[in-house]
Write a protein that binds this ligand. Structure first.
Ligand code: ZN
Length: 134
């Protein structure tokens, strides 16, 4: 498996509009796009920071994974996403090594990426997303 870089950091927020104010007004960054990802029950705001991004995640469903995360741990960093050159090969390698995965096959992620999550029990507590972009 080849990890190319940190693609983005996912930050769980209760309210996108309130959260973007901090990143835009205080840090001088800019939200370039907002997308709803129905499958994950989130609205995602993309904030480029040089070669990587911050993704603000707001739940669209009180039972969704981001809502559950905020309920148990509060707002804040929810996952780190590593860009890989070949996500299918990366998942096969992890599986061969007995690493517990949330997604055994890639699914659609915000921005048109192919993504898959590694189980936090296998990563010492951090939710790690693998992503591949063309
Ligand atoms: Zn992500």
């Amino acid at each position: 498996m080849k990890v190319l870089k940190i693609d983005h950091v996912g930050v769980a927020v209760k309210n996108l509009e309130a959260a973007r104010k901090f990143y835009e007004d205080v840090l001088g960054l800019a939200v370039t796009d907002i997308e709803e990802v129905k499958e994950q029950r989130v609205r995602v705001a993309f904030i480029p920071t040089g070669d990587s991004e911050i993704e603000l995640l707001e739940s669209t469903d009180p039972e969704g994974p981001v809502a559950k995360f905020i309920e148990s741990r509060g707002e804040g960093m929810q996952h780190i996403a590593l860009r890989v050159d070949n996500i299918e090969a990366a998942l096969a390698e992890l599986k061969d090594n007995g690493i517990r995965l949330i997604d055994e096959v890639p699914r659609y992620g915000a921005g048109g990426a192919k993504i898959a999550f590694i189980h936090p029990k296998a990563t010492l507590g951090t939710l790690v997303e693998l992503c591949e972009r063309n």
